[in-house]
Design a protein around this ligand. Structure first.
Ligand SMILES: Nc1ncnc2c1ncn2[C@@H]1O[C@H](COP(=O)(O)OP(=O)(O)O)[C@@H](O)[C@H]1O
Ligand SMILES: [Mg+2]
Length: 220
């Protein structure tokens, strides 16, 4: 099983929106997916209450010690991907989520404040040597701030592709209890989320295997 964690202490950067959107996009590719809500704000559980279908399942955790047992249970139940949505703070729950993740995703809006706010999260990720990628979210359709933001994030680490535009479909999908790929499958927002899932899944599978091979070689 693979674990993704959406992390950054900046609120409103898109952790919950992207968690739900990516979970549904992965599910539509035939994967067994679960969401782990590690945020008392409850955006994901409220989204799930508005949702008609039973998938993806949502598990809520309030205590850092609960994360590992929940992951083990999901693994035993045959879940292929768990996505952890965390709160807008560097609390112990977020730190444990980072430690459990195969890949940490750090969404940031293209503003200096958002990028600066990601630094403590980045330090926490590097301290425990986890893999990570930034996601540039809520990007305007035009303007030079975008390339400045992309350059800043690229200098800090890997930047996922494509950038995710500021589009109403994301907000409407969240409100309707849907993934954006269910809400408006032909829309630009859905197209971007599918492409982002492809980018993430490629890194997750290929690089996790490389990591495993390297660990195996070291052990031998
Ligand atoms: N790409 C996007 N386009 C439009 N609205 C977005 C996008 N990403 C997030 N939002 C909206 O921004 C707000 C904050 O997003 P949210 O996912 O709750 O952030 P976080 O979980 O990081 O606090 C929500 O209203 C959400 O629907
Ligand atoms: Mg949230």
């Amino acid at each position: 099983m693979y674990v993704l964690a959406l992390v950054t202490q900046k609120g409103g950067s898109g952790k919950s929106t992207l968690s739900a959107g990516l979970a549904v996009a992965a599910m539509q590719r035939g994967e067994r997916v679960a969401l782990i809500e590690a945020d008392a704000q409850g955006t994901i559980s409220k989204w799930k209450e508005r949702r008609a279908g039973s998938y993806p399942r949502v598990d809520c955790v309030a205590d850092p010690a609960e994360i590992e047992p929940v992951i083990s249970r999901l693994h035993a139940e045959g879940v292929w991907l768990a996505i952890i949505d965390t709160a807008a703070t560097n609390n112990a729950l977020a730190t444990r989520a980072i430690a459990s993740a195969d890949l940490c995703l750090i969404p940031a809006r293209p503003s200096p404040a958002d990028i600066e706010a990601a630094i403590p999260t980045l330090i926490a990720i590097r301290r425990i040597n986890r893999r990570f990628a930034f996601i540039l979210n809520q990007t305007p359709t035009r303007g030079c701030r975008l390339s400045e933001a992309a350059t800043s994030l690229n200098s800090l680490g890997v930047l996922a592709l494509p950038f995710i535009g500021q589009r109403n479909d994301h907000q409407d999908a969240l409100g309707a209890g849907l993934g954006v790929t269910e809400f408006a499958p032909e829309g630009k927002a859905a197209e971007e989320i599918v492409a982002l899932w492809d980018w993430i899944s490629e890194r997750l599978i290929v690089e996790s295997n490389d990591h495993g091979q390297a660990a195996l070689k070291t052990a031998c």
